[in-house]
Design a protein around this ligand. Structure first.
Ligand code: HEM
Length: 559
């Protein structure tokens, strides 16, 4: 080898080693800021290319060669480290591609079927699976309390990417600091006291009357329940959160609001899985424009509401502390940060649960007629009052069975050890700092260890007491030789612990009211020729579930 080529090789090796050095620095400091990360990637190979000038035909060729050597070494070093025994999650099983890059799971998630992918991974690898380079999924009930409970972990880096624009003031959903979260959650909880729920009850009844009128006008025709439930819940949540302002049922989606929201879901999920993409979106004007538009819309609603007030005590009333109960009232910026999540957390989740429930009932005629009988026998002049609804065992069983099979947040909400905590322990498993973790509700709630027999089947009767079960004809689980298991510790559709769903009571109240009203007023059937299996095929897990069409024919019943 001549002297020239050996100095060239030495220079190239130096550039490549700098790439490995860059990985080490990244690994230690984990810079999240795009400008800092970009400078680590761009500045060293640009400067080091000067070492190659004399060996290349042009400056451009030297820069290109330097970048190639630097980035190849950087990527190789990252990949080797992630699959090596040196990685802190090396002992956890999982697919090779998941260990190498989060982009793999993000790609699967964008296609909408991450819940099924996680379930298959758990079937293959067991209760704890490494689903990303620095991410674990758990599918056993013993992980719930230690991950999500009061001594559990705060929210994970997922939320940094999902809501990157709210760096200083974060929405409750995305708050990773547990002290700040519990302070804000205390205010949120005031929006769901018994007296607050009574106010919302009036709103829901009014909107339901409007929905009934629309369905009556369309009697005998096929209507897409998925669209109508979405519009209905959207109007309801706008009324409940901001005291009104949106009329999707009356005017249709003329401003493309609902479409904007639906389109925003896959991009928001990508940004959650790969937080630097979320961070990047804040620097690129047209990137993730649906996400930005939807948030801008919600921010405007909050500002309007603040300026003009509301005739009812809506959620905003409690969040902005119009009653003056807080020594230091929440800032407008804080309340604004909660506006978009308040609508999306409440509207789409409940609409999805309702659609899933009616789909499951229509696929299971015995369950449908049992529920119909129960509601009919409780109704007085076509109305079942709220207190009676709470006591209807079969109604509540149908709701819970739906939420068991299809929790509206199919893949759970991420947690991570607190920064500086040194890590967290879940049973025999150590979760190092910097690791995200979920309890995968979709897998957990269909596990035969917790719900048996037939964990994948819609059997509302499993929620009834043994006496209630025996009284049914045909009896359920009669002559069943399998052990009957109904372990509520594995039922977490509203999550668990101090950051569980703040709107759980409201959600149950809305679900009961809508089901009772629609079932007293209408008979329902699928549109002729509808392939019922397509509903499940079209459900997409974008953290919030996105649904396909649900064509149903409503026929008014005589009261
Ligand atoms: C069937 C309906 C619903 C389901 C299945 C559901 C489920 C969930 C889940 C799984 C979470 C994540 C909790 C976590 O991070 O561990 C959540 C959070 C939340 N939900 Fe719901 N939700 C529903 C309806 C509602 C409604 C009607 C509201 C009313 C505004 C609401 C408000 C919230 C809020 C504010 C949070 C954030 C809680 C926190 O971080 O402290 N949800 N929900």
């Amino acid at each position: 080898m001549d002297a020239v080529s050996s100095t060239f090789q030495a220079a190239l090796t130096f550039v490549a080693l700098s790439g490995v050095g860059c990985h080490m620095i990244f690994n230690r400091l984990e810079p999240r800021s795009i400008p800092v990360s970009a400078s680590f990637i761009v500045i060293p190979p640009t400067i080091l290319s000067t070492l190659l000038f004399s060996h290349c035909t042009s400056i451009l060729a030297a820069i290109g060669t330097s970048f190639l050597a630097y980035l190849s070494a950087l990527v190789t070093s990252v990949v080797l480290y992630r699959v090596s025994p040196l990685h802190p999650l090396a002992s956890y099983p999982g697919p090779l591609m998941c260990k190498i890059t989060k982009l793999w799971l993000a790609g699967i998630a964008m296609r909408g079927k991450q819940h099924v992918y996680y379930r298959d991974l758990h079937r293959r690898y067991g209760d704890v699976v490494r689903v990303g380079p620095n991410e674990l999924s758990f599918a056993n009930n013993s992980a719930i309390s230690s991950m999500l409970g009061t001594k559990g972990m705060p929210k994970g880096p997922w939320w940094d990417g999902r809501m990157p624009e709210n760096k200083k003031v974060r929405s409750l959903l995305a708050l990773r600091d547990p002290e700040e979260h519990s302070r804000r959650r205390r205010i949120w909880n005031r929006a769901f006291t018994a007296s607050a729920l009574k106010e919302y009850d009036i709103v829901v009844r009014k909107r339901l009357a409007q929905l009934v009128e629309i369905l009556t006008d369309n009697a005998g025709k096929s209507v897409d329940m998925s669209q109508w439930m979405g519009r209905f819940m959207y109007d309801v949540m706008n009324d409940i959160v901001f005291g009104g302002g949106v009329e999707l049922m009356r005017d249709g989606d003329k401003d493309g609001l609902y479409k904007m929201f639906e389109d925003f879901l896959p991009m928001a999920l990508l940004m959650s899985h790969v937080p630097w993409i979320g961070e990047l979106s804040t620097h690129i004007p047209y990137f993730a424009s649906n996400v930005k538009k939807f948030r801008t819309y919600a921010v405007n609603c909050a500002i309007e509401r603040k300026l003009h007030g509301s005739p009812v005590k809506d959620i905003f009333y409690h969040l902005i502390d119009e009653a003056g109960l807080e020594a230091v009232p929440p800032s407008l910026a804080q309340v604004i940060s909660d506006s978009a999540p308040a609508i999306s957390a409440g509207a789409e989740t409940t609409a999805t649960a309702l659609c899933n429930l009616f789909w499951l009932l229509l696929c299971n005629p015995i369950a449908y007629s049992r529920l119909q009988d129960e509601i009919d026998s409780a109704s007085v002049a076509g109305v079942v009052d709220g207190e009676t609804q709470k006591r209807l065992a079969y109604l509540n069983a149908c709701i819970n069975e739906t939420l068991r099979l299809y929790p509206a947040v199919l893949s759970g909400s991420q947690r991570a050890p607190r920064i500086g905590s040194g890590g967290h322990t879940i049973g025999p498993h150590f979760i190092p700092e910097g690791t995200g973790a979920v309890v995968h509700s979709y897998t957990l709630q269909r596990d035969p260890r917790y719900f048996s027999p037939s964990p994948d089947s819609f059997i509302p009767e499993r929620w009834l007491s043994p006496d209630e079960q025996r009284a049914l004809k045909p009896a359920v689980f009669f002559n069943c030789t399998d052990e009957i298991i109904h372990d509520l510790s594995a039922f977490i559709p509203f999550s668990f612990g101090p950051a569980n769903c703040a709107g759980k009571t409201l959600a149950y109240q809305e679900l009961r009211m809508v089901i009772c009203t629609l079932m007293t007023r209408f008979d329902m059937r699928f549109e002729e020729g509808f392939d019922a299996r397509s509903w499940d095929d079209n459900l997409c897990d974008y953290f919030i579930t996105r649904k396909g069409e649900l064509p149903i024919v409503f026929t008014p019943r005589s009261l």
